[in-house]
Design a protein around this ligand. Structure first.
Ligand SMILES: Nc1ncnc2c1ncn2[C@@H]1O[C@H](COP(=O)(O)OP(=O)(O)O)[C@@H](O)[C@H]1O
Ligand SMILES: [Mg+2]
Length: 304
């Protein structure tokens, strides 16, 4: 039997008459990098806040690392989860050391154990400044890594990262994903939300959310195959095309999705590029990406 670290069944979260999360169910096996994707307002942070023991569910059940979410017992869940919120969670007007002291105090980590953890985690992020540096003076990439350290100070089995790479440079994003892989290799389970589809390819499995509901769940490869069972092509127009022409091309395709200067296209007859298309476009065969899946599932025909 699979060992799940997170089990969510029929989760609903209501604010007034508005459902931010509607009947969401999923399980996260221990040791996975589990991605949560969806546009702004999809309900990602709300789901996360329940998993971290910060917000009670309106309906449904949540079990985290064997601990059910029960009123009055939220602390047991909080102890099991390392949470990095959307805004990095650090106090800007305190030093790095003071921030970590605070996180350690909250989680009742002290003495030699705290010192050792801090040393190990600083080594992991290759922190090369003094602990007396003010957080406000750190570059955003380093700030994000220190926030990660703060969320790991009690050595949680589950690490929940809410858009950890929003607003940092591409190089820092890449470094951060290396850290995520290191943590996963050590047996931690990572639950991460992101807007960046290229990052989502790093996940073992992903959930796509829209308007509080799960609309897809699986490995990136499975979702790509399942959403686009027929071959996909990338078309570059050889010359400018009129709206009328584009409409005509679109009508002959199962999928005709604008993509910058290109179109991602699926033809009704598997693998057969109609001559009219060969005439007007340079055609190249491509593998669908998660971004294609996302656009198709989340935006569908609204992208037109
Ligand atoms: N405390 C709250 N009170 C009322 N509405 C909320 C509250 N928190 C979130 N929402 C609403 O719930 C929806 C989902 O929000 P959120 O979970 O933050 O989405 P995401 O993290 O995917 O961007 C949004 O429409 C948001 O405005
Ligand atoms: Mg959010």
């Amino acid at each position: 039997m699979t060992d799940f670290i997170v089990e969510v069944q029929g989760l609903c979260v209501q604010f007034g008459s508005f459902f931010a999360v509607k009947d969401v169910s999923f399980c996260v096996p221990r040791g996975e990098i589990f991605g949560f994707l969806g546009a702004n307002g999809a309900g990602k942070t709300t789901t996360i806040r329940v998993i971290c023991g910060l917000l009670p569910a309106t309906k449904g059940s949540v079990i985290v690392d064997g601990e059910p979410f029960l009123p009055g017992r939220e602390d047991r869940i909080k102890a099991k989860v390392g949470y990095m919120s959307q805004r990095f969670t650090l106090y800007e007007d305190l030093t790095v050391g003071e921030n970590l002291d605070f996180a350690a105090m909250l989680h009742q980590v002290s003495g030699a154990l705290y010192k050792q953890r801090k040393e190990d985690l600083f080594a992991m992020i290759q922190f090369n400044r003094t602990e007396r540096t003010m957080v406000a003076d750190l570059p955003s990439g380093t700030k994000q890594q220190v926030a990660l350290v703060a969320s790991l100070i009690h050595d949680p089995n589950l690490v929940v990262l809410d858009e950890p790479t929003a607003g940092v440079s591409p190089v820092s994003r890449q470094k951060f994903w290396e850290l995520i892989h290191q943590l996963a290799a050590k047996g931690k389970t990572i639950f991460v939300t992101t807007h960046y589809m290229d990052e989502a390819e790093n996940c073992n499995r992903i959930v796509l959310m829209r308007s509080g509901e799960i609309i897809a769940l699986g490995t990136p490869k499975d979702l790509e195959k399942e959403t686009f069972p027929k071959p996909m092509f990338r078309l570059l127009p050889k010359s400018d095309l009129s709206t009328e022409q584009l409409k005509n091309f679109k009508e002959q395709c199962e999928l005709f999705m604008p993509y910058g200067r290109y179109f991602h296209v699926i033809f009704p007859k598997e693998g057969l590029v109609p001559p009219l298309f060969q005439e007007h476009f340079s055609v190249e065969s491509i593998a669908p990406s998660l971004e294609d899946v996302f656009i198709q599932k989340v935006e569908g025909d609204r992208s037109w």
